[in-house]
Write a protein that binds this ligand. Sequence first.
Ligand code: DX5
Ligand code: ZN
Length: 214
Amino acid sequence: MGMVAASLLSADFGKLQQEIEMLNQSENDWVHVDVMDGKFVPNISFGQPVIKHIKKHALQPLDVHLMIEDPDRYFEDFKKCGADILSVHYEACRHLHRSLSAIKDLGMRPAVALNPHTPVILLQDILPLCDMVLLMSVNPGFGGQKFIENTYGKIRLLKQMIDERGLQTLIEIDGGVNTENSHLLYQAGADVLVAGSAVFSSPNPKETIHELKK
Ligand code: DX5
Ligand code: ZN
């Protein structure tokens, strides 16, 4: 069984509590929370005040994906509003070693996210500090986009790098995940699959989550 992190970006924000309660009753593992600043990505989503309320209802850990410039400014805020796993983008951090150490020191699990164009080999010196690597399989910013096939090769190479070093780093895939490609992704070495539109556009979200974990 793989792990699933349902992405609230595709949820109905007008009934967020109900959507979270649905996840609570499902086999979903983590609640994926996408924070966008309109600068690092061409879209704005939501921030700390909303996450604080998500945390009140969610029984599963919050997997917070920061698609923002200079994310270090807000690490303490995200800890306070309930982030358990905090992902920062490689492309948004000038001092990634410092950023990951700061996230860990605050008691959250540090993760690095890579855009589709960023090679996994760039992580060779930072991998021991990553609890997880999030590979973007679409260009970040929007839900419901088409999966980029080149991701499979990146997963296999990253998995090899992790195994060679005897690390426990998790691999998370984000973007265009559905029940058609999920088993191929686990087969390539993925541990956690983020699913937004696949879950929230489904007529039976709980069943879709169950299918995605197989
Ligand atoms: C996109 C976000 C994703 C998004 C995925 O920038 O990082 O988490 O919600 O949506 P789907 O699963 O619909 O591709
Ligand atoms: Zn995401």
